[in-house]
Design a protein around this ligand. Structure first.
Ligand code: FAD
Length: 295
């Protein structure tokens, strides 16, 4: 049995911080051994659309780690997508995570790419050498009428050419197992990496749950209620919770773990210390015949 994949996600520094601030995150992640790091993409008129490519280049050229660049569809036309893809290629990215993106209040989508599957198909047609990843939702996307309907749309995305899926965060592994069973039954057979977000402060957990329509299980609510005013203890409990989630997922044969670092290297390193043995790449044992012939 081979080890599952392990990857990290970072985002371009926010709030007008210089893009160079990403070095604090990347330096802090030294010692963690991901198969790739993905870099998010901010869309809308107020975002710097070159930040993802610049950080991707840094990760690829200076840290020598394979990199996956996120790209969103809603607020881009074909020329903007072409430009981003050219920048990604020059930065040495290994794959593009093709997303629709969320609607922004007061900004009109361009209208060329309505769903992520449109962007997946466009990339496959115009840059056939680029590997395309896509997102998926163990509890169903918030705008989907049902999980079954969302999985039907996911299937379209995979048929358009997405060869690897990464999930939205979830706190209850049973939701993930249920989703994977349904996706496999629907004929989706590409690897599905489980997205794990270490529990942050009560405000951020609840607002992201509301935004994504995801469930906060009772056990997590209890932790938030008990240690919501004690950041250090909640952080420690969050590290343990994420480590337990990952251990259970690996025991169940998950294809991979995608850890949302939220640019917090300390928390990421603490989780990595707990889970590292699960990702050790064990060399396969030589078949008996080759052992005896070598003797
Ligand atoms: P889609 O696959 O287009 O799905 C969106 C909705 O449309 C779903 O309800 C789906 O069921 C429905 N749908 C899809 N296809 C069809 C169809 N053919 N007909 C009718 N309905 C359809 N956002 C960012 O802005 N930047 C990022 O870097 C970023 N990274 C992310 C990384 C991951 C791993 C995940 C899980 C999400 C990320 N997001 C990011 C958020 C993402 O943009 C939002 O979740 C967005 O609302 C949906 O994007 P999608 O690519 O899944 O969209």
């Amino acid at each position: 049995m081979h080890a599952p994949m392990f990857s990290l996600e970072v985002f371009p520094p926010r709030h007008n911080a210089p893009v160079g601030a990403i070095y604090d995150t990347l330096d802090g992640l030294q010692g963690v051994d991901p198969d790739f790091i993905s870099v998010t993409y901010g869309h809308g008129s107020h975002k710097d659309h070159t930040a993802t490519a610049r950080i991707a280049r840094t990760i690829h050229q200076e840290y020598h780690i394979p990199v996956v660049a996120h790209l969103t569809a809603l607020y881009s036309d074909a020329a903007m997508i072409d430009n981003a893809l050219d920048m990604f290629e020059q930065a040495g990215v290994s794959a593009v995570l093709a997303l629709r993106g969320d609607y922004i209040d007061g900004e009109q989508p361009v209208g060329q790419f309505e769903h992520a599957s449109d962007l997946v198909a466009y990339i496959r047609e115009h840059k056939p050498d680029l590997t395309v990843f896509a997102a998926c939702y163990p509890e169903g996307h918030i705008q989907a009428a049902s999980l079954d309907e969302d999985i039907e749309h996911l299937k379209v995305k995979v048929e358009a050419g997405a060869t690897h899926l990464i999930t939205q965060l979830f706190y209850d592994n049973d939701d993930f197992y249920h989703f994977v069973d349904k996706a496999r039954s629907a004929g989706i057979d590409v690897p599905i990496e489980a997205g794990i977000m270490p529990i942050g402060g009560p405000k951020s957990v609840r607002s992201s749950a509301a935004r994504n329509g995801s469930r906060v299980p009772e056990r997590v609510e209890t932790m938030l209620n008990r240690w919501g005013d004690d950041a250090a203890t909640l952080r420690e409990a969050g590290v343990n919770y994420a480590s337990e989630q990952i251990t259970d997922l690996v025991a169940h044969g998950v294809d991979g773990i995608h850890l949302y670092t939220m640019n917090h290297p300390g928390r990421t390193r603490a989780i990595w210390r707990n889970i590292q043995p699960l990702f050790t790449k064990v060399p396969s044992i030589a078949p008996v015949s080759s052992v005896s012939s070598a003797a």
